[in-house]
Design a protein around this ligand. Sequence first.
Ligand code: ATP
Ligand code: MG
Length: 669
Amino acid sequence: MIGKVLGNRYEIVEKIGGGGMALVYKAKCKLLNRYVAIKILRNEFTNDEEFIAKFKRESQAAASLSHPNIVNVYDVGIEDNIYYIVMEYVKGQTLKELIKQKGKIYISEAVNISIQIAEALSHAHDNHIVHRDIKPHNILMTEDGRAKVTDFGIARAATSTTMTNTSSVIGSVHYFSPEQARGGYTDEKSDIYSLGIVMYEMVTGKLPFQGDSPISVALKHVQENVLSPKIIEASVPHNFESIIMKCVKKNQSLRYNSTKELLTDLRKCKVSDEGDFIKLDDAHDSPTRIIPAVKDDSNMINNNKRRSRQKKTNENNKDNKNKRFITIAAVISALLVAAVLIGMFFIMQLQDFLTVQEVEVPDVVGLSDDMARQKIESLDLKYEVLGEDYSSKYEAGFVMEQKVEAGDLRKVGWPIQVIISKGQELVTVPSLIYMLESDINIELNNIGLGEVNIEYENSDFPTDTIIRQSPEPYEEVPAGTEINLVISKGPEINTLFMPKFVGRDIQSVKSELAALGLAQGNIDYDTSDEYAEDIVIRQSIPANTEVEEGEQVSFIVSLGSTQPQDTEDDPQDGEDTGGDTQEDPTEDNSSIEKSRSLVIANLPTDKETVRVKIVKITSGESKVVYNQVHNTTDAPFSVTVSGTGRAFFTVYFDDEDHMTREINFEEAN
Ligand code: ATP
Ligand code: MG
């Protein structure tokens, strides 16, 4: 597998691990130049059509989830009977490894991790995706301590067909809810149960049920109650213990109704362990103690007995009637007396009230809670905090509003109600990077952020995905803060018109190439009667052709004329073709090749090795005759070259033109 490229873009780099269903590899996405994890389905499953169909459906559903605590699924594919899921590569370890390494996890950290898993589940449940295989192996811990849940929905594909014959999948049985173990109806609450077991394992370092076989463990989930984690680890706070116990109730209806409810309790637990804020209904989890029903029955029996007894005692009742009348009369007169007394009390109060003095209500908005209290109470008014609210104007703990206006007159003792600021409401910015522009609204809905400003930019990110955001992901910002997004327009392709390089000096052409963003191709040399030495004779792409930036252009550069340089006073001499032919130095005077030594006196001193290339140029043709890497300490050395007539030899060091030498093979050595 290593080195294989899937989907024409994911190059497999190394194996990371493997579970019951699949093997996991690290791969490089060549398109976006980042590492990804690729999960490849084991061969034994790839012939099972029903399984494949489910696998595809479920992993596509998981790909729709996007949450900081969920391992992102980027892609799903099939190639040569290889089924794979491409996901975010998480550097770190699994929660199982972390528990093994640490033995137990500190309570505060365990609560934090539980909150993150619950957040992930809550997001998935909102999207109607149930995980069904929550276990510490499926929770990846990043190096900075963030938990990310993986393998969403994949277990569902596994359950119907393959589970019983795959040992590792059966490993999950330690985290199975009783309904899963029974093969019954599973839903969001099954995830809550499994999370309860994970929480239990985090704080105790142990699993609640162990057994010789998967079946015996599964049975225990159905039949035996989970014992309190406090038995193993006494430091587990009371409320966290209750949360765990509520998650692992056998009866689904006694568990948390939703991960949202669970999150509320976990968050409270994070703040303090005071009070009992978790309601456990133990009575209903045990089928033998149906006390209310029994009670109801005995009431019914009592009522019946009472009814039959009534008949017999009717006469006695008649005798009692007079007595009862007297009692009722006494009660009524007592009530009348009480009413009169209360009335008198109120009248006295009212008189009091009417005679008390009035004071001017002070302005306490903007004062601290304490100061406002002092100021109001010093005037004998009553200070009353009605509630708290977010405010962008007043700091937390300061009065942001008073219910009776300053300057109004009120009786002494009158309650002056105020609202205290909680400071600015802070909102956690979600991570939108890689998300599609069309999904922004869904993601930002109801979060409480302000206007969204969008800019577009060329980038290697796929078109329409978000490249950058400010504020940054997970930053806490005041509610209403605007969010700025930069969205990819896809890679930028600049084009330009090819300049005319023919007739120009090769050195100036080289520097212009770089400035234009064009790449330099081969530079070959040839003799020319038309162009002087170092002047470009030909360019591989004609002038005025539209080309993309980065395009490579090759050149043929003049070595100067092959004709003997005539005296300047007779420039027309070149027209004498007869004479030229006779004197053409490149013409073969003999067909027998001769050898000569070409001495390379120096090599560059600023590097250790250098590639030495020698190109032989004869009329109209150039050919590489030597191409070898040398240590720079090899110089001086000589290279034997051969030919007939005259030829030019250009020496390149690492493709840089170093020198050109002419050799006349007809001359004596
Ligand atoms: P199961 O088959 O029940 O899911 P499992 O969870 O142990 O069993 P896999 O899901 O195949 O097995 O994962 C195997 C291992 O690959 C994990 O333990 C983890 O170390 C690694 N791994 C999985 N996904 C990623 C990822 N996205 N990034 C980095 N490593 C991963
Ligand atoms: Mg897994």
